[in-house]
Design a protein around this ligand. Structure first.
Ligand SMILES: [Zn+2]
Length: 394
């Protein structure tokens, strides 16, 4: 009996601490009295929890705030500089690493571009990036609170990369490798899931609850926020919509299927089509998204036509997705978003022509606000959430 009571008190204290910290995080600067009013906790409880949080350097006191008369109260603020999070977007042909504070503000950034690297070479690039961000992080009470890596593949609930077809990876336990090397908590997540979360938290999806994030790079991945939560499916494998069939007699895909959406509407489709069309080869001897954007900017009709085709195929897949989920917002992100100027019109024409009229009501289709940073920001935010949970449970 007594044991049970103590346990319940412990749970209640944890819940109250988490409530107080969340209130300060979302409504700072705020006084102790206002926290009591907002949370319904009594002033003594608030005062004791605030003093714990001050000791833990998670909040700080600043000068007096507004008062309706009498003594002005001391205000409390969330200490977003208590620690730093490393977020990495591991793409098929790039690696973007950022260091953020606990509010998702980017403090440092490092980007490496590559092509056809071996697993070992990519891991070396990963180490180089983490070492740089870790080595240059400002001093703080908690230091680096975690490392998150968004990968272009299917990730199991335990963080194992089951399959990343465009990297040629199968059953890779990157999480254990990184944890062993850095002795820090490591989160591995599908890049589109992380990107979707990044957009919901900091980007175009703020305040919305039914969001589809379409990450268009070398492949296509889809992240889903349904009813306000990241939807990952039974085993974490949802959102493999880049591999939905859009041409039944289509090209063979590395995933084993034929006619996958990503073979027609991604960066790999763009580069392949450019080669087939015989577009002028740039100095780097190969077409890239950047070199084709340069041609489109110069008004080269064939290059513009290439992007228009991609936009049209994006519309075909987005029409299917809309019929499945009836979202309020579809965000197109990752590298292809750089070409939105030439994608938007054909994409929207396809939607206007083919998508059921009632599905088009209350639906916004647009491009990422965070451009290429959605995944890195989203995965960095996951580490912050975990870190704060750990502290609140102390
Ligand atoms: Zn496929």
């Amino acid at each position: 009996m007594i044991k049970n009571k103590t346990w319940n008190q412990h749970v209640v204290k944890k819940e109250n601490k988490s409530l107080v910290l969340e209130t300060i995080r979302t409504q700072s600067p705020i006084s102790r009295a206002s926290i009591a009013t907002v949370t319904g906790l009594n002033k003594g409880t608030v005062s004791s929890l605030v003093s714990d949080l001050l000791d833990e350097h998670l909040i700080y006191e600043s000068g007096p705030g507004e008062s309706s008369g009498g003594r002005r109260p001391v205000m409390l603020l969330f200490n977003q500089l208590a620690g730093y999070s490393i977020g990495i977007d591991l793409g098929v042909n790039y690696l973007l690493g950022i260091l953020t504070d606990l509010e998702g503000n980017i403090c440092l950034e490092k980007q490496i571009k590559f092509k056809d690297l071996s697993f070992e070479e990519i891991v070396d690039a990963l180490y180089e990036t983490v070492d740089y961000l870790k080595g240059n992080a400002p001093p703080s009470p908690y230091g680096i609170i975690g490392i998150g890596i968004g990968v272009p593949g299917t990730v199991s609930k335990s963080g194992e990369i089951l399959l990343a077809p465009n990297l040629g990876w199968k059953n890779v336990d990157l999480k254990s490798m990184m944890e062993e090397k850095y002795s820090l908590p490591v989160i591995i997540e599908n890049e589109a899931n992380a990107g979707c979360y990044g957009e919901k938290k900091y980007g175009a999806g703020k305040d919305l609850n039914q969001i589809v994030y379409v990450s268009v790079g070398i492949g296509i991945g889809v992240g889903l926020i349904l009813n306000g939560e990241l939807y990952k499916g039974n085993n974490g494998f949802s959102g493999e919509l880049g591999h939905m069939t859009i041409e039944i007699n289509g090209t063979k895909c590395r995933c084993g299927n034929e006619g996958c959406w990503e073979l027609y509407a991604s960066e790999q489709a763009l580069v392949k089509n450019a080669k087939n069309m015989g577009l002028p080869i740039p100095e780097e001897k190969e077409h890239t998204l950047e070199s084709l954007i340069t041609l489109a900017e110069q008004g080269i009709t064939d290059a513009i036509e290439l992007f228009n085709q991609i936009g049209d195929y994006l519309g075909v897949g987005i029409n299917n997705i809309t019929n499945i989920f009836n979202p309020e917002q579809i965000i197109i992100g990752n590298r292809m978003a750089y070409a939105k100027e030439w994608l938007t019109e054909p994409l929207m024409n396809r939607i206007k022509r083919q998508t059921l009229w009632f599905q088009q009501q209350d639906l916004t289709i647009g491009f990422s606000e965070l451009t290429t940073h959605s995944t890195a920001l989203g995965i960095a935010a996951f580490s912050v959430e975990n870190f704060l949970l750990m502290i609140e449970n102390n």
